[in-house]
Design a protein around this ligand. Sequence first.
Ligand SMILES: [Zn+2]
Ligand SMILES: [Zn+2]
Length: 183
Amino acid sequence: MSQSEKCAICDKSVNAKVDIKCDKCLLLIHSTCSGLSRTEVQCLLSKDRHITYYCVKCTEKKDEIQDLKQLILSLKSEIESLKNNTSKNQESKHEYMEEIIFEINERNLRSSNVILLNVNESNASTSDERKSFDMKKSIEIINQVADVSTQNIKCRKTNGEQDITIKYIRGIPTIVPIMESKK
Ligand SMILES: [Zn+2]
Ligand SMILES: [Zn+2]
């Protein structure tokens, strides 16, 4: 007995004259196993058959392929969104690192700043004279505590402002209000 003579559903022998053939797997199926109405079976059995018939097994397979396609599509979009998230995370990590490096550099630069308080003031009449007096005094004080070159020292006198600090703005040490330096 060849396979084509058995019903694809119940595996029992079939009769090609009264049973119907699946247009996909080309196997015969008992008209009673097909789940079709008598009229539908009659249509399928007519010699000039115009409609196609897929057995239950072939229809299920078709559905499975549809499900798999759907799954692949949803996985694809999931991968895409994961990729986007990763690159966003790396971007913000990068920005964060830049901020840290900037802060470290600025602290290094600021580490050479010295603030002198309660230095005697000059009574000279011109501001240039007062500046050079401040510079002389500062160098004297620095030389008392450390043996460093005072050649490149720059002097900036405060005017009694409160809440100020030194911040590097474009590489130049600048006295700014503390609130502004936190920006
Ligand atoms: Zn059958
Ligand atoms: Zn089939």
